[in-house]
Design a protein around this ligand. Structure first.
Ligand code: SF4
Ligand code: SF4
Length: 110
């Protein structure tokens, strides 16, 4: 399975301000219980505008194994097949929600 470069949200840092949701052109982010989530990962273009919009540094990009349109967004063959880009928080562990990830370092792995 391939992996896509998509945002993960650290729940403890997220204030639910919604600025990332507003910054996402394809509208693939939503607030759920005042925490940003990614319910539509297939629409994510992996261009990281949501990170620039977050005042709390609560969003980090991560390779997440998934299926989808490989011509949209940034993909690689599989998680672990290439080194993480320098901007990645390697200690971040996403949790599963809505079929994708969003989460906290203490939650479950995908
Ligand atoms: S990387 Fe871009 S398309 Fe994906 S969630 Fe962030 S702003 Fe939206
Ligand atoms: S911009 Fe940051 S703090 Fe605001 S809702 Fe999005 S992830 Fe949470």
């Amino acid at each position: 399975m391939k992996a896509k470069w998509v945002p993960a949200v650290i729940e403890e840092l997220c204030t639910g301000c919604g600025l990332c949701v507003e910054a996402c052109g394809p509208q693939c982010l939503e607030l759920e219980n005042r925490v940003a989530t990614l319910p539509r990962p297939n629409d994510c273009g992996s261009e990281e505008h949501c990170i620039a919009g977050c005042p709390e540094d609560a969003i980090h990009m991560r390779w997440v194994p998934m299926d989808g349109n490989h011509e949209f967004g940034v993909w690689r063959e599989s998680e672990g097949s290439e080194p993480h880009p320098p901007s990645t928080n390697k200690d971040f562990t996403p949790a599963k929600r809505h079929g994708v990830k969003i989460a906290t370092p203490s939650r479950t792995n995908l």
